[in-house]
Write a protein that binds this ligand. Structure first.
Ligand SMILES: Cc1ncc(COP(=O)(O)O)c(C=O)c1O
Length: 458
């Protein structure tokens, strides 16, 4: 894989921030978009800006063809033989909501999730608990995030209607064994949903082979545009769902008193669709296909090993998740003793042009249980190079040197970030998830004891 050539295809990496292009290490939140994806979306608006399935003119026919091509491409990409498996949605959150709201729940039905799910795979079920009497079971993962099949079976034995778990954790990059979990779930009569947001961008999944009923992905984490995602569902599972929205495009016919819904997946795609998004997302899949996942993974792992090794003996940096980068190739997540995660992120951005994410990463439950203020997450993707990894290391080394051990963040750490910039960022964050995370935190420091508990099971 020629990383230099790949980088040249991402306009955001050539747009200088100050003097250097950024070391973009926040792809788990949002990946960068390569030129072929931007071109595909522009071409839609420029060359054939029609709406699919309504008009008969050539723009409409062309967009209809491309939209269906994208559906097929997602089915192939995710290992589904039937293109009907692909339902276009706005994002993974909507895909999970479609399942949550679409299944017909009975009071007492059980849903099993893990103790470190993204809010998108937690709040949906909490609402069902409140409103429909569903019972939520929590599968506890071990200290380093690995899972115990027997513990899963103990939950399943109580009669679980749906198992809904992350495939790869956005906290620490650890993956769960999809096939094994699906088999255990099915043996116990449960449906199985995986939140594939953080997995699909990095490795081939084969959903038919694994037998997965529902799989949620977002295009914007895999080189595609925002506002496009997919619920990939086994046809038998899709047929059990009630559409989240109905209206135009979802019916075969209607009169003033009745209607007849179309077959899946069309009954789930109400109203004019995000054609540019679906077309851009297909261009993203094509791009990833050309590079190949083996090469993507090898690059991530090489860089992750480099960064991890640099801090092997640094007792003030506490890793989240497994120590071995091979078990979390795309993510290097950590707490720093005596330094608030937000301060660290600001320092890295301002001082080194290194963009990482800080805070609770929409997994508030994990931090709340441990009394932690958050963590820092550097996430890697195919366009990251050795220089990016080295800039992260250099930034963290400098930060640790500048902030004496056991000092309280907000003092010396704060001085390393210009006060003007801090004020801007703090006020910008005031209405954001980050602010909520900060206001919820009990301590400002994550000392060694706390950091150790960051990887502990709750
Ligand atoms: C594991 C995981 N699940 C769900 C989501 C939500 O994705 P979206 O905002 O695209 O719906 C994210 C986003 O970061 C995620 O990392």
């Amino acid at each position: 894989m020629n990383v230099g050539r790949i980088r040249s295809e991402f306009p955001a990496l050539s747009k200088a921030t100050g003097e250097r292009p950024p070391a973009y290490l926040d792809s788990a939140c949002m990946s960068l978009v390569p030129r072929p994806v931007l071109d595909a979306m522009t071409e839609y608006y420029r060359d054939y800006p029609g709406c699919a399935g309504r008009s008969l003119h050539r723009f409409a026919v062309e967009v209809g063809r491309r939209f269906e091509e994208s559906r097929e491409a997602f089915a192939r990409f995710l290992g589904r033989s039937d293109p009907r498996a692909t339902v276009f949605v706005r994002n993974a959150t909507e895909a999970i909501n479609l399942v949550g709201e679409g299944l017909s729940w009975r009071r007492g039905d059980r849903v099993l999730i893990s103790d470190r799910e993204h809010n998108s795979n937690l709040i949906v079920w909490q609402r069902l608990v409140r409103e429909r009497g569903v019972r939520l079971e929590i599968l506890r993962l071990s200290d380093d995030g690995s899972f115990d099949g027997e513990e899963l079976d103990r939950h399943l034995a109580r009669g679980v209607r749906l198992v809904s778990l992350f495939h790869t954790s956005n906290l620490d990059g650890r993956s769960l064994p999809v096939r094994e979990i699906t088999e255990r779930g099915h043996d116990a009569g449960a449906l199985v949903l995986f939140d594939g947001c953080q997995a699909a961008p990095h490795a081939k999944v084969d959903l038919d082979r694994a037998g997965v009923d529902f799989y949620a992905v977002s295009a914007h984490k895999m080189l595609g545009p925002t506002g496009t995602g997919v619920l990939s569902a086994a046809p038998h599972a899709l047929d059990t769902l009630r559409p989240l929205l109905v209206g135009g495009e979802t019916v075969v016919r209607s009169d003033l008193s009745s209607h007849e819904l179309r077959e899946a997946p069309y009954r789930f795609e109400a109203g004019l669709q995000n054609y540019a998004g679906a077309i851009g997302a297909k261009a993203a899949l094509d791009y990833l296909g050309r590079v190949g996942f083996d090469a993507v993974l090898a690059q991530e792992l090489r860089l992750n090993r480099r960064v991890t090794a640099a801090f092997e003996d640094e007792r003030r940096l506490e890793l989240l998740g497994p120590r071995d980068p091979a078990a979390r190739p795309s993510i290097f997540a950590f707490t720093l003793e005596g330094i608030d995660p937000a301060d660290a992120a600001l320092f890295l951005d301002e001082g080194h042009g290194v963009m990482v994410r800080s805070g609770m990463h929409c997994v508030h439950s994990f931090y709340a249980e441990r009394g932690l203020s958050g963590s820092v997450r550097a996430s890697l993707y195919l366009y990251n190079d050795t220089a990016d990894a080295d800039r992260l290391v250099a930034g963290l080394v400098e930060l640790l040197e500048r902030v004496p051990a056991r000092s309280v963040s907000g003092t010396s750490a704060a001085r390393t970030v210009s006060s003007a910039r801090r004020a801007t960022v703090r006020s910008r964050a005031a209405g954001s998830k980050g602010a909520a995370a900060r206001s919820a935190r009990p301590p400002r420091t994550a000392g060694p004891g706390r950091a150790a508990s960051a990887t502990g099971s709750g």
